[in-house]
Design a protein around this ligand. Structure first.
Ligand SMILES: Cc1ncc(COP(=O)(O)O)c(C=O)c1O
Length: 441
């Protein structure tokens, strides 16, 4: 019996089903994937900012095959070699010696568990958690509540989950009307401290945020995270860094908070995406020694059937080794700086570019505006501007897959991208901006 077309049988995420008509991908290698019609497409978003090692990394694929031959699955009640080895490497890389790692299946469940553990460690089962407006932490109910994401709307009420959203350190549109980015960052951090004081620190379990670059297009000024760390520490509130997207080189460090050294060290961090370079699903919650000690004699009333799945952990272990062996964190930092400099040149040529953010690693946000003076967005957030959608279609026709959200272009190629392909794509972007926004170029 012939297989029916996917558009008739699969419920696809983040889309209107009736409009879904994407081509089928039949293979991939390095920074490229291949469509059923034979076209080779450069992946300039690393899918969902997760294929950091490129596709089909040979060492990761080999590790999965070798583990599959030995032991595909064993539950968490038993030990598993790749699980132990990966936890050890993560604690070593993050400098969380003496801590512990809880493995999940992805980013959302990592964030949910981080909050559970923070509340348990603080002895506050219903303790308040602060997160930001315009943030994304996952699509399960609890993480929808944690997320300050316009797309979730009222589907999950933050208050019902003990969550309170605070304004983001969005310096280009500073909630405090400051025109100085660092000042805006400091005010955003100070606001969190004020809210902790207003509730009383004894009622607040944790603050959960991304350290600098966020998937919803905000890149916090450098003043932000260290000030947030200082404020939370002063009140004994746990700081959870959501490193699901920003980890594993995306922001030019193993983990984005490391940009700030020990002044940025969180109490807990969550990982997924780049953890296996998306070769298999895996997430993790990494606990500091202090938080781990607080849980040491507690009964942990939680778990998922596939926590610490040996195949995923073997993929994670090989991925961590590949980042180190190929020096990909440094590569991301160097190429990220180059990409950022070129984007700033594009900003000089195209008035539609209001701001370019990021550049700590291979992650940059290009914010498009109708008018530079008023900063009016190209389309009201989070709607995708039609001209931007047309630009994406033309890029795909030219063999490059670009990602956009609202009025933002998100550039996040795999860390293994060749310099030539990076330069060619930025040249293509230059031509497409001139084509689609001629009056603003
Ligand atoms: C910052 C951040 N946190 C959490 C998530 C959720 O991860 P997952 O889709 O693996 O559940 C994402 C996914 O895009 C993310 O970008």
């Amino acid at each position: 019996m012939a297989t029916r077309p996917e558009r008739d049988t699969v419920l696809h995420s983040w889309t209107v089903q009736a409009r879904w008509d994407a081509p089928t991908v039949v293979g991939a290698s390095g920074a490229y994937f291949v469509l059923a019609d034979g076209r080779r497409i450069l992946d300039f978003s690393s899918q969902s900012e997760c294929s950091n090692l490129g596709h089909q990394h040979p060492a990761v694929v080999a590790a999965i095959k070798a583990q599959a031959d030995r032991l595909c699955y064993i539950a968490n009640a038993w030990g598993a070699e790749p699980r132990a080895a990966l936890a050890d490497r993560l604690l070593e890389r993050s400098g969380f010696q003496g801590g512990r790692v809880f493995f999940t299946l992805g980013g959302a469940d990592a964030n949910e568990h981080a909050v559970k553990f923070a509340r348990l460690a603080r002895g506050l089962p219903l303790g308040r958690v602060f997160t930001r407006d315009r943030s994304y932490h996952g699509a399960t109910y609890a993480t929808m509540a944690l997320s300050g994401d316009a797309r979730s709307g009222d589907a999950a009420r933050p208050a019902a989950y003990g969550v309170e959203h605070v304004p983001p350190p969005y310096a280009y549109r500073c909630p405090w009307d400051s025109r100085d980015a660092e000042d805006c960052g400091r005010r955003a951090a100070e606001y969190v401290t004020q809210r902790i004081k207003a509730h009383g620190a004894a009622q607040v379990a944790a603050v959960l945020m991304e350290p600098n670059a966020g998937t919803n297009g905000i890149v916090a000024p450098d003043s932000y995270w260290p000030a947030l760390r200082a404020g939370t520490r002063a009140h004994g509130v746990l700081l959870i860094a959501d490193e699901v997207m920003s980890g594993f080189g995306r922001c030019g460090e193993w983990f984005a908070w490391q940009r700030y050294g020990d002044a940025g060290r969180p109490d807990v961090m969550t990982l997924a995406k780049g953890l296996t370079g998306a070769h298999l699903p895996l997430g993790a919650v990494v606990l500091s020694a202090e938080v781990a000690a607080a849980l040491e004699h507690e009964m942990l009333q939680t778990g998922l059937t596939y926590c610490g799945h040996p195949l995923s952990c073997a993929a994670g272990l090989a991925a961590v080794e590949a980042y180190a062996a190929e020096d990909l964190i440094t590569r991301s930092r160097t190429l990220g700086r180059e990409m950022f400099t070129t984007l700033q040149l594009l900003q000089e040529r195209h008035r539609v570019i209001g701001e370019v953010r990021g550049g700590h690693g291979l992650f940059a946000v290009v914010e498009l505006v109708r008018d530079r003076a008023t900063r009016e967005p190209l389309a009201p957030w989070p709607q995708l501007a039609p001209a931007l959608a047309a630009l994406l279609r033309d890029a795909l026709d030219a063999g490059v897959s670009l990602a956009a959200r609202g009025n933002l272009l998100l550039l996040a190629p795999p860390l293994i991208i060749e310099e030539r392909a990076l330069a060619d794509t930025l040249g293509l972007l230059d031509r497409l901006l001139a084509r689609h926004f001629p009056s603003r170029s």
